[in-house]
Design a protein. Sequence first.
Length: 204
Amino acid sequence: MGCDGHSAYQVRGADGKWTTVAVDLIKDRWYSLFSLLVGYDHPRATFMEPLIPPRGLPPDLEHRVQGDFKTVFVPFEGKEYKLGWHNHSWYTLAELKDKSAKRRRVASALLTPEDLADWDGQCDPRHVYELEAKEDHDGQDSTVLSRDEYEVKTKLGLSLRDENVLVRVWFEAEPNVSGFIADMEKLIVDEDETSVRMLIGLDS
């Protein structure tokens, strides 16, 4: 079963009230992004620790809950926008910028050259990874290679001390939320990065 993302930007006015100014910011079923933002764990995506542990709806959010699934609706341009019914969370611009600036390690695995070739062909292009020649798996005297360096060495037939390669998979958070950050920066009130926030929710 697929899972759809629902999202909205809100801006805080001078009276302290929040107004929804844009919706449907996430256009596809980007499960890695759902994981990064709200901790959603999908079997077809690499789970990543969310930037902030999911914290539900903002306590000051104007909203309505409907049905057995308790689907959340927020006011938007005289109507209502559906914000989904599970994995709700939210970020101010300040939080999104701060938390996404850090590179986040996802996983590591020791692969044979054959496994590496197979894994490489299936790698999510949004992932950035490094290769490390397994000389000492405990981290001592290891040689860290970039992907290009590893490929050059293997093409030239240069032997590594161990044929297996430790693949360290990293996820660069910032490039995947940079569009949201750019949008939110245009909405800032009085240069206050806490004056704009992003709401996220999912449904299945």
